[in-house]
Design a protein around this ligand. Structure first.
Ligand SMILES: *Cc1c(COP(=O)(O)O)cnc(C)c1O
Length: 489
């Protein structure tokens, strides 16, 4: 299986190259040249396997350079029971009449762990296969969840170093503490004065700075990215959709072969795109419900066919979805256009120059038969948290609540009895203050939330305040490059 660029389909690379490079040199995203098919009998076989075995089997279909034993060993390490503290790494739970796919039982309590626990294994193996002598230095700017999950994934991974920049003014108290107390001999965390855009643009500049690249190479290093456009992050996400479907069958919520819908809280479009690939493989998925917060650029796009980022940016209580450019959408559009790389180039150019583009009519029809969309404002998000707490004693984080609200919008608009799985992307303790406020209780700390709800508090959050702070202080954006050089000395 080879991978092609969404902006030039004659550019073909192996899976290991796609994972090592992250982004294609022409600015496009790597996609598999064709999507492997999962037959119903194969699905029935997977239903009898553990999560780890399901992961190895599905990833093997996309990465034929990797042996089954290799992939099984990666999955065993990535999803081991000391890293994922639940019966399954991605359990499906029945809540009232709903089903929740909980993706936050990993080390950092957010769904990013599902991919970032696996990516370092894939990257290390890809590095070995490539025979490159240069070691990867992972550089990431984060608005919260990605940075911590990447640090936890890459800590003490041989031949790698990771440096994460976060904006002093842009992350929650818990998220900051999680990063300041990060363990590992190869990790570097640096706060930057300013907002997320400052940190992000600083990283982008360093990434493409020729002098920096050369200085790195001379010391034996090469920049790499743990960003969500890397195929190595998408692939592990396909697994949990297949796994959730198998679990829905075991729970008796659906008969093997009948459809389920998935409702996904969406930002950069990575999570929901993985569901699209699962559907394309043959997994019986009906509709994909795309849930946004007030930054509802995707809701408008799916309804009208025009993507327009020229709009106010809102800071919400579901910050991981505060995004106006959903990078992974490019992969969906490439597929739905019949791999029309020229159309993609022209749409992405227009997006860059004017902030908007419109898809052709037939493509809009395809988008609408695949996806349905809605959004939740701040009040709807809070009242949904409260309703699930009062009604079912289920504590949803704000991102999950956005999805639950959009699921209810869909159900009130259509008389559709197809079971819906709502994807739950963060542990509520990560957003203790907002969750406490939503359920009408006082306080802001995880301990306050525990006192108010007795909802199980994850150990890694309970112990956060007892851990030594390793990384404190903040630097100016202009000092970011020297901080990077400092960590390869
Ligand atoms: C990253 C994130 C999302 C958005 O996922 P995308 O793949 O960017 O669409 C939703 N919820 C949480 C908690 C996240 O961390």
């Amino acid at each position: 299986m080879e991978y092609i660029s969404t902006r030039n389909k004659t550019l073909r690379v192996k899976g290991s190259t796609a994972i090592l490079e992250g982004l294609s040199p022409d600015g496009g995203l790597y996609v598999p040249e064709s999507v492997p098919v999962l037959s119903l009998s194969e699905l029935e076989r997977l239903a009898g396997l553990s999560y780890v075995e399901r992961a190895a089997n599905i990833m093997k279909l996309y990465l034929d350079e990797f042996s089954r034993e290799e992939l099984l060993s990666f999955a065993e390490q990535a999803y081991s029971s000391d890293r994922f503290q639940a019966a399954s790494p991605a359990p499906v739970k029945a809540v009232g009449g709903d089903h929740m796919l909980e993706l936050w039982h990993g080390p950092t309590c957010a769904f990013k762990d599902m991919a970032l626990q696996m990516l370092p294994h894939l990257l290390s193996a890809a590095l070995q296969k490539s025979g490159s002598a240069l070691n990867p230095l992972i550089l990431t700017a984060t608005s919260g969840d990605t940075g911590k999950a990447a640090l936890e994934g890459f800590k003490d991974v041989a031949r790698t170093k990771i440096m994460v920049f976060y904006p002093v003014e842009g992350v929650s108290e818990i998220q900051k503490l999680q990063m300041q107390t990060q363990e590992g001999a190869n990790v570097f965390v640096q706060a930057v004065h300013g907002n997320f855009d400052d940190a992000q643009s600083g990283v982008k500049q360093i990434f493409t700075d020729l002098e920096m690249i050369e200085a790195l190479e001379q010391s034996g290093w090469k920049f790499s990215s743990a960003n969500s456009i890397n195929w190595g992050r998408l692939l592990p996400q396909i697994v949990y959709y297949v796994s959730a479907y198998c679990d829905m069958v075991s729970l008796g919520a659906v008969t093997m072969g009948d459809p389920v819908h998935f409702c996904v809280p969406t930002g950069n479009f990575g999570n929901i795109l993985a569901a699209f690939y699962a559907k394309k493989m043959g997994l019986p998925i009906g509709k994909l419900l795309c849930a946004s917060n007030s930054n509802n650029v995707l809701t408008d796009f799916i309804r009208t066919g025009t993507y327009d980022r020229n709009r106010p940016f809102f800071t919400t209580i579901s910050p991981s979805m505060d995004i106006l450019i959903s990078s992974n959408l490019e992969r969906l559009l490439f597929d739905l256009s019949g791999q029309d790389d020229r159309l993609l180039c022209s749409m992405m150019d227009t997006l860059k120059s004017s902030g908007r583009f419109t898809v052709p009519g037939p493509m809009l029809q395809e988008i609408q038969s695949l996806l349905w969309s809605g959004f939740a404002g701040e009040e709807e998000t809070r009242s949904t948290i409260q309703a699930y707490w009062n009604g079912h004693r289920y504590l949803a984080d704000p991102h999950t609540a956005v999805a639950l609200y959009v699921k209810s919008l869909y159900q009130s608009e259509f008389a559709d009895k197809t079971p819906i799985v709502t994807v739950s992307t963060a542990n509520p303790y990560k957003f203790s203050e907002d969750v406490l406020q939503a359920i009408g209780s006082r306080g802001k700390d995880p301990e306050d939330l525990f006192a108010a709800t007795a909802f199980p508090i994850p150990e890694q959050i309970r112990l956060l305040r007892t851990k030594p702070v390793r990384f404190s202080g903040a630097i100016d954006k202009t000092s970011m490059a020297s901080a990077v050089l400092g960590c390869i000395q």
